[in-house]
Design a protein around this ligand. Structure first.
Ligand SMILES: [Zn+2]
Length: 178
């Protein structure tokens, strides 16, 4: 039963199987225009609302507060399975597609994406994933996986393993969240 539930949730997931192709895994991503914008986010018009957490300046204060709380809860969930959250991804989020259009890699991904490079990891959240703890946990899990393996070793591990682990962490919310 649990297996069937996980498969069903993975198929329904905005970040799971159907969206797997949107997750950055290759070196090409480090030279893509949106990646350059990610590297330069510190000098953008986005607001820094917590360390390594940039938001659309049009997001409301309550949205920013909720996002900060969800990031903490999501890291805690990933930590439950990994023991400790060690990754330091830069999160870029917005409640509209504006942020995703600039920092994401396509216009159809409304949830989220993660992309690790040799020097930094980024998570970009669109309107569907902006305040979704499951999407956050999924993307944070990708960043943790990359941090654990190291960028250069990550490519030696099949992508489905990384994706599967992220989906498991994504759908285990009612088990591990407090
Ligand atoms: Zn994924």
């Amino acid at each position: 039963m649990l297996r069937d539930e996980i498969i069903q949730k993975a198929e329904e997931s905005p970040t799971g199987i159907g969206a797997a192709a949107t997750h950055g895994r290759g070196f090409l991503h480090t030279s893509a225009p949106e990646m350059t914008r990610c590297y330069l986010v510190k000098w953008s018009t986005l607001n820094l609302t917590a360390p390594d957490l940039y938001v659309d300046p049009n997001d409301s204060e309550s949205q920013k507060q909720e996002l900060r709380q969800l990031v903490a809860v999501s890291k805690e969930r990933v930590s439950t399975l990994y023991g400790k959250y060690t990754a330091t991804p830069i999160i870029i989020a917005g409640h509209t597609m504006d942020v995703m259009k600039v920092y994401g890699d396509n216009l159809y991904n409304r949830a989220g994406r993660s992309c690790s490079t040799p020097v930094a990891a980024f998570i970009v959240l669109g309107p569907q994933g902006f305040l979704d703890v499951n999407v956050l946990a999924h993307e944070l899990a990708h960043a943790e996986f990359s941090a654990r393996t190291g960028y250069w070793n990550r490519g030696t591990i099949p992508g489905w393993f990384d994706e599967g682990l992220a989906v498991v962490i994504e759908v285990l919310s009612n088990v591990v969240d407090r």
